[in-house]
Design a protein around this ligand. Sequence first.
Ligand code: G
Ligand code: G
Ligand code: MN
Ligand code: NA
Length: 250
Amino acid sequence: RALAKDLWQAIGRNEFSVHYQVQKAVDTQEITGYEALLRWKHPERGHVSPADFIPIAEECGAILDIGEWVLRTACAEAASWHNQAKIAVNLSPVQLGHVDLVHLVHSILIETGLSPRRLELEITESTIIGDKARALHILRQIKALGVTIAIDDFGTGYSSLDTLNSFPFDKIKIDRSFLLEAEHSPQARAIIRAILALGKSLQVPVLAEGVETVTQLELLKSEGCDEAQGYYFGRPAALVPDEAGPDIRR
Ligand code: G
Ligand code: G
Ligand code: MN
Ligand code: NA
């Protein structure tokens, strides 16, 4: 694949950047964190979506270097923010399988000076499928560093409850497909409510993804959702606004 070849060169050619999307508390609208989202500007094709190139990077193995680059870049940038918001970084299942991830996370934290409690790693359920015992062992060691682990796209995997039962996640992120349908679908609303109840009884905070309207936010508020993320609060952007004044990051 032509894209795979270009992916291997993209880091060296400075074609990647990290955008940040704000996460807020539903009740107070206080900033709780930012999700790091990788962006690729291909020299000929222009912007290529991670939804298109991450699977290719996973297939050809370039995701290992790319994932390390994202983690290092996001931690370094977050360390220089004036606010103490968390930084949430997506992890590919391939990274858990092929790198000494515990060592990598630990050394990037030391190198960048980012406090471990400010780093959250987002994993999907596919991360735990496969060599489950090994994956859980790695995640436990990462948690022992003080880093938190969120389960991403929750509700779309095929073994959600089993996954929750096998690991003490620090956050559940409800996949945005549920909120998208919530206004006209009682079923989608019921599922959101059920996930929130699950979070409450397990004492795990729940974040809803894909909030685009005030109506959706009101719905989350009335259902007692803890946090939310979506275009309503802000699109992913290169710069994080600094409450201490104009952006001083660069
Ligand atoms: O930002 P956007 O909606 O285009 O992202 C599309 C998909 O790509 C999402 O599923 C998101 O989790 C994933 N993604 C974005 N950045 C990264 C990254 O740095 N690493 C991994 N593994 N996935 C990412
Ligand atoms: O799989 P993951 O949850 O990491 O993917 C996050 C993706 O969702 C990012 O690509 C981001 O650009 C996208 N996204 C974030 N907020 C919204 C939103 O409000 N609406 C839509 N349609 N997409 C969103
Ligand atoms: Mn995510
Ligand atoms: Na998601």
